[in-house]
Design a protein around this ligand. Structure first.
Ligand code: ADP
Length: 357
């Protein structure tokens, strides 16, 4: 989480994209090269490299504790890097942090807008903080309110907004200085499904309207799948896979997933499922539930039902779907992301006394 992010008070002007554009030498909007972050003996980010092309939405996907926020914090100059380099909009985060700050907007996971101010006041404060010239402020705020569909709410006190609306306000606030690259840490965590979809649609349209490059972190497979041009899967501080969502799915053997729950399955049932045509992997998930990857969903399903009838095994439920990013995660990490999330939620992080960068 980037909960303690503070607005940059550096030498930021707001004269539009041309001033904050990528430097002429920047081939990529983001270029992270063998970056490492160590806290004492613990390596939170372990030799990660990737690039993000201008105008793309790039997702860092992984369970809690994988190192996603730490990566964002290094790229946004909030914490020093232990080794490697990161260039953002052509500026080196260590040598030219102000150059980086001028080019980026950062939306931390924690909601930080002031509850006692109105929507417009919250935007206005940021516009002043970022030196948006007084003459341009109103037009900029009008445009942003429209972009995030909050025009009707401009005079509402922020505390009266729903979580989704407040998230949209924060996104508008992060855009007041027309950044070229936008970093969002878990943009939809805690939102209901309808608000999540609204935020996705908004980010897609903002990206198109403003030619933004967006880097976001998420632990939601569907979010990464729906939004991102490319996805990096991060686990235990390491980058374990990086590609477009379709290419990642295609890299997993098997094109369909069968999820089935059985009654009275014999002890060698998993082995028997393995023996069905085209099956590439079988996972027993407990309570008679099995997840089967297959290259041919319909053939395996037919054989599976026949095998169950012959063995006197009851089929309580059965579904056949295309391979998902969930299967990609299992393939590259050997674990299921949803299990990791359950574990992470059950574990309350102890405070980190004196843990300064
Ligand atoms: P994510 O964003 O993927 O949930 P983080 O980047 O927040 O993961 O954390 C990665 C790992 O680094 C975790 O094990 C976390 O406990 C550890 N970590 C993060 N910040 C600190 C810190 N200031 N001191 C020590 N360990 C930290």
């Amino acid at each position: 989480m980037v909960a303690d992010w503070k607005p940059n008070r550096g030498p930021v002007s707001a004269s539009g994209p041309e001033k904050h554009g990528l430097s002429a030498t920047a081939a990529q909007a983001i270029d992270v090269d063998h970056i490492v972050k160590r806290y004492g003996d613990f390596t939170a980010v372990d030799d990660v490299s990737f690039t993000v092309q201008e105008g793309q939405i790039f997702g860092l996907l992984g369970p809690n504790g994988a190192g996603k926020s730490t990566l964002i914090r290094m790229m946004t100059t909030l914490i020093p890097i232990s080794a490697g380099t990161a260039r953002i909009a052509g500026h080196d985060v260590q040598k030219d942090p102000d150059g980086v700050r001028r080019a980026i907007g950062v939306i931390p996971q924690a909601l930080t807008s002031d509850l006692d101010l109105t929507v417009e006041e919250n935007l206005n404060i940021y516009a002043k903080l970022y030196d948006v010239p007084a003459k341009k402020r109103k037009a900029a705020i009008d445009e942003l309110l429209q972009l995030v569909d909050l025009t009707k709410w401009r005079s509402a006190q922020t505390k009266t907004l729903s979580g989704g609306m407040r998230r949209r306000l924060e996104i508008a606030r992060g855009l007041v200085h027309s950044p070229r690259i936008f970093f969002l840490d878990e943009p939809t965590t805690g939102l209901d499904p309808v608000s999540r979809v609204a935020v996705w649609e908004m980010l897609t349209s903002i990206k198109a309207n403003r030619q933004l490059t967006i880097l976001l972190t998420t632990h939601y497979m569907d979010e990464a799948d729906r939004l991102c041009d490319r996805i990096a899967i991060v686990d235990h501080g390491k980058l374990v896979a990086l590609d477009t969502p379709p290419a990642l799915k295609a890299s997993v053997p098997g094109s369909n997933v069968i999820e089935a729950q059985f009654e009275n399955a014999p002890t060698d049932w998993e082995q028997r499922l393995h023996g069905l045509s085209d099956v590439t992997s079988v996972q027993h998930q407990g309570a008679g539930m099995y997840r089967i990857l297959t290259g041919n969903g319909s053939r395996t399903t037919t054989e599976l039902v026949e095998a169950a009838v012959q063995a006197g095994v009851g089929v309580k439920s059965l579904s056949v779907e295309n391979t998902s990013l969930d299967d990609v995660f299992v393939h590259y990490t050997g674990r299921q992301l949803r299990d990791e999330l359950v574990k992470a939620h059950a574990f309350v992080m102890p405070p980190r006394p004196g843990m300064q960068p």
